[in-house]
Structure formats: C-alpha cells, structure tokens
Design a protein around this ligand. Structure first.
Ligand code: NOJ
Ligand code: MG
Length: 543
C-alpha cells in the first residue's frame, strides 16, 4: 500500500502550478515592468491552460537588487507591481477561476534597506539589532571565514561603524544587498510566524520557500573546505525545527495550505528529512530538471523521486524550468556542449549549461519532456513562457543584463536574464503585447514567432492545453505507482500509470510500441510511431 493512500487529498497532490514571474508577465500601466494588474488581465490564459494554482515570484517592496529576492517589507506589495488592494483583487479573481495563489517566502535574507538592517548598522557591535543578522569581527582585515557568495565574490561585506571606523562584517550568501538573518535568534522566528499569518489571513494558499537548505549556518562558522558544496553553510540539521514550526502554524488553519521548498542538496536522499510528515509538504525535484536528454538518466531521476514519496508520502513536485535555469528548449537542444565557466554556485553548470543549441531539436524534446512530467504522480510546476515553447534569450546585449549573477561574476556567468525576458503575447503589437512601455529587458525580434496569438493547433501552447486537460481526465497526476515497462531499447523509457502508458523516445530512430499498450491518445510529435525525440500516451481503445 502506498504511503499516500491513507492521507486526506490536498490540492497539491496532482496540481499543475503556473510559476509567474510578475516582472515579466504582463504590464498594465505602461512602465515596462510587469505588475499585478497585468496578471489579473491575463488570468484567463492561466486558467485556460488547466492550471490549478499560481506561484508568484516575490512581489513585496524591494530595491530589486535581486529582483524581489531582496525584501524591504514582507507585508506589502512593490509599488511598481501594485498595492495590497490590487493583491486582494488578484486573490479574489484567481479564486473565482479555481486558481490558488502561492507566494514566495524569502526567509534566508532580506534587503539591506529593510528597517531591521538599517537599525543593525546604526546600533553597532554587540547590539540586539545586530543579533538578528550574522555580524562578526574579521580576522585582522580579512573576513571572518572563507565562505563565498553563490553569485560570485566573498559572502561577507565589511561595514563602516557609526563612528566612521571600518568595523564588523555581515554574512550574505547571495548579494551584499541581501544580508542573511540569524535563524537562531528568537525575534527572527517570531517575525516570520507573523509574516506567514499575515498572508494566510489575506487568503493565500501557501508558500514556495526560498533556499530552505540555507537558513541555519554552522554554529562556529567554520571555513569551507573549498570543494564544491559548502557543508557548513548549507543543509544543517537544526534547520528542520523551522519547518516544523511553520507546518504546525499552517495546520492551525482550517484549509489546505501548501509549503513547498526550494532545497538544493547534492544527494536527492538528503531531501527526505525536509519531507517528514511534520515539515514541508513538498520539495522541488531538481534532480529531474538537471538530467540530460537520455532515457536512462531521466528514468533514474523519476525513480529517485518516487523513492522520496515512498519514505514519507510527500507527493513529488516536478519541474523542468524556473526563473533561475536556462529554458528547457535550450537545455535539451544543446548539440555541442561547452565547458562551464568557473562558478561559486555548485549547481550553476547543471542549471545553465552552455553550448551550441539546435532550437528545433530542443523544442521537440521539451514537448516530449512535458508529456513525461505530466504523466507522473505529483504536482507539476510550469514556468511562464515554457507553454509558448520559448528558448532562452542567449543574445541579450551585455549592457541590458541586470542579473547580479552576471555582474558579480564579472560577466563570466551570463546569469538568468535570458529566461526572464517579458513574454510575447501578440506578434504584431508593440512590445509583443507585454505592455505599452519599453520592456525592462529587451525582447528579441524572433519573439514574434512565439507570441501566444500566433500559436496554432500544432503549437506548443496547444499541446500544453491538450496535455493538461488529458492529464486531469486520465487522472495521471494522482498518487499511485509508476510501473516501468521493458522497451528493449536503452534510449526509450516507458511506464504505466493505471491504464495509460507513457513512452518517451530519446533515441535517434522511431519506436513502435507493442499493440497491447493501446493506441496513441496524445503525442508530442507524429501520431503513427513514437518518433525520435518525441513522447506519446497510449491507452486501450474505449468501447
Ligand atoms: C533562489 C531564487 O530562486 C533565486 O532567484 C534567488 O536569487 C536566490 N534564491 C536568492 O534569494
Ligand atoms: Mg507596470
């Protein structure tokens, strides 16, 4: 018996969640920046896809040093995006369409303009204000330890004390504008309890939680050994107490509230502890996202995720793209890989692989990969623009780039702007229908071919709509077994979900499924066979 069958069903068991990067979705007021008014106007696009929930990337007041992941006020809305009233309207309009709303909770760090941090700077060493962050004396003129920022450069910045002398250092695992909280401090815990309640009380249906594995640091802040993943800054055992606390808080409400974690750990088995029945409901399966286009590799990641679900019953959270990684079309389209530049981020090479890209090939494979994830038990998180088949914008001019990853790495790493370019809605409209102003990142001319209004019956957008509808009708996302079927080919994977068989062909030649698997009900390429780089769902003919 599966561990999931005894649980009460929740919306995230099999939901399709649309990840919405507010800044780049739709601009309603002509300032070139996406906003909540734009989201409200385009809600029918998301409902029409068949999604059941939306995850909004951070839309709180923020100086935008890391596009919203540097929060100055956890209880407001960035004025560029709207007001709390706009937010309330969005929640109401979304709920009216059966769409839940998930916010992005960013607990590891705030903005250096957050009132707590400015107070900490003013209050000086040893103060309770500083104790909410990780301030330390240096080692002579050197930082307190050798930790590196994920985005390049050291993880410490030295402050000038109120009396004008060079003073203490504060820790920031990301940019210097993102000081890390000290999660051993009771005031920090209490503050976040209150933030969670603030939004739950406003009607949000859960949180995607940023950098879960980073909240607690080694108590002695020991030096990193220099080899890849820093075992002293990430994945500390004490972090789990925080998730238990939030889970208990969420359970205090009489409705379905989701906590889904962003947890990057080198061994997928390390996720198990985060998914204990009194911690997070889900954690993203990045293991699948980082696999190459290879049947064995993809199957391995699916099996490992199924093993996670078997331990504590937590449904998988599948995802093939997000706002930090190269778009799926581009990743799967790499025909001649190039070595990754050196990076402080142990996962950068996997998230943003480089090389010569065959876009048509990548598109074919990304469509097939969609049928793979939509056939799996668990929820599926779809990043905006993937439904249009957008490739990564690799040709952004350097002057236009805004990602701190680009700037802090001295341009060595191109960063994440290429998956954040404002969406093309109409091929013939100014800014492709994103809005009337000049978009905050330039859209390439070739975006016209991907605009939502020129996607015909054979397009990726229509495949998304058909596949999500069929997934619901066939119950493919519901808890249950993934039963692998022999295909006789290393390059073809096949599994059964109830009556339906999903076949994915990563090889170079056609695959003809045995007749007993049934007839094709949906395919990503051609109907007759499961051709190279395509996938299909088969089912017995209905009489
Ligand atoms: C992970 C988020 O997904 C990313 O966009 C952000 O830059 C870092 N966490 C820091 O908050
Ligand atoms: Mg705007």
């Amino acid at each position: 018996m599966s561990a999931t069958s005894s649980r009460t069903p929740s919306f995230w068991d099999d939901a399709v969640v649309y990840q919405l990067y507010v800044r780049s979705f739709a601009d309603s007021d002509g300032d070139g920046v996406g906003d909540l008014g734009g989201v409200i106007r385009r809600l029918d696009h998301i409902a029409g896809l068949g999604a059941g929930a939306i995850w909004l990337n951070p839309c709180y007041p923020s100086p935008q040093a890391d596009h919203g992941y540097d929060i100055a006020d956890y209880r407001g809305v960035n004025p560029e995006y709207g007001t709390l009233e706009t937010f309330d309207r969005l929640v109401a309009e979304a709920h009216a369409r059966g769409l839940r709303i998930l916010l992005d909770l960013v607990p590891n760090h705030c903005s250096d303009r957050h009132p707590w941090f400015t107070a900490a700077l003013a209050a000086g060493p040893g103060s309770p204000e500083r104790a909410r962050f990780v301030f330390r004396d240096g080692r002579g003129d050197a930082p307190p330890n050798n930790w590196q920022s994920v985005f390049g450069g050291p993880a410490w910045t030295r402050v000038t004390e109120p009396d004008g002398t060079p003073g203490q250092w504060y820790l920031h695992l990301f940019t210097r504008e993102q000081p890390d909280f000290d999660w051993r401090n009771a005031e920090v815990l209490a503050e976040f309890d209150d933030i969670l309640r603030f939004w739950f009380d406003r009607g949000v249906d859960g949180f995607r939680i940023d950098v879960c594995h980073g909240l607690i640091k080694d108590a002695a802040l020991r030096d990193w050994d220099g080899g890849g993943y820093n075992a002293h800054s990430w994945n500390q055992p004490e972090v789990h107490g925080i998730f238990r606390r939030w889970r208990a808080l969420a359970e205090g409400y009489d409705r379905d509230l989701l906590l889904v974690g962003e947890v990057w750990v080198p061994d997928p088995g390390d996720l198990d502890d985060y998914l204990r029945p009194d911690e997070l409901h889900q954690a993203f399966s990045f293991d699948l996202l980082v696999q190459p286009w290879d049947a064995g590799a993809l199957r391995g990641a699916v099996e490992r995720a199924a093993a996670r679900t078997a331990v504590h019953g937590a449904p998988a959270a599948w995802t093939l793209a997000n706002h930090d990684v190269h778009r799926a079309v581009t990743r799967y389209g790499i025909v001649r890989p190039e070595p990754a530049p050196p990076s402080n981020d142990a996962f950068a090479a996997l998230m943003r692989p480089r090389g010569e890209v065959d876009v048509k090939l990548g598109e074919r494979r990304a469509r097939a990969a969609l049928l793979l994830v939509l056939a799996l038990p668990g929820s599926v998180f779809l990043y905006q623009g993937e439904e249009l088949g957008l490739p990564e914008v690799l040709d952004l001019p350097d002057e236009a780039r805004q990602d701190p990853v680009f700037h802090r790495s001295g341009g060595r790493e191109k960063g994440r702007d290429g998956c954040r370019v404002p969406l093309p809605w109409s091929a013939a409209a100014p800014a492709f229908g994103f809005g009337t102003g000049t978009p905050w990142l330039p859209q390439p001319d070739w975006f016209a071919a991907y605009a939502a209004d020129v996607q015909d019956e054979t397009s990726t957008l229509h495949l998304y709509r058909r596949a999500i509808r069929a997934r619901h009708e066939l119950g493919l996302g519901e808890p249950g077994e993934v039963a692998w079927l022999a295909t006789g080919e290393d390059t073809v994977l096949a599994f059964r979900r109830g009556e339906v068989v999903c076949v994915v062909n990563t090889g170079a030649t056609d695959f003809t499924p045995p007749a007993q698997w049934g007839a094709v009900v949906l395919h990503s390429g051609e109907p007759a066979v499961v051709a190279a780089d395509t996938a299909a769902w088969l089912a017995p003919a209905r009489s």
